[in-house]
Write a protein that binds this ligand. Structure first.
Ligand SMILES: [Zn+2]
Length: 100
């Protein structure tokens, strides 16, 4: 058992892709790497220029992924998200823009 492992928590986004959630921040999948590792960029990278990223790796025991590396510091507050009735995880700002 690896007691230090923090399980990666994924939620489905509005577009159906998985988002990684860590400390109330969300990340989108950027790269698939060797050994099943994945690189995730902060969801505010494009909009806010945030450089934080996370590498996940397959859990050594059981299923799912664990947080392998968390890098950078966010330059913004965590985004506000909520779950839609069909289980999607949606950023409040997206909805605001959509219905304006
Ligand atoms: Zn960020």
């Amino acid at each position: 058992m690896d007691f230090d492992a923090v399980p990666a928590f994924y939620v489905p986004s509005r577009t159906g892709k998985s988002l990684l959630v860590h400390d109330n921040y969300t990340y989108y999948l950027k790269n698939l790497q060797a050994h099943g590792r994945k690189q995730w960029y902060c969801s505010s990278r494009d909009m806010a220029g945030c450089r934080a990223d996370v590498i996940t790796a397959p859990a050594r025991s059981g299923s799912g992924d664990v947080l392998f590396l968390v890098r950078g510091r966010h330059i913004h507050a965590p985004p506000s998200y909520y779950f839609t009735p069909d289980g999607k995880y949606v950023r409040k700002k997206d909805v605001y823009h959509r219905y304006r």
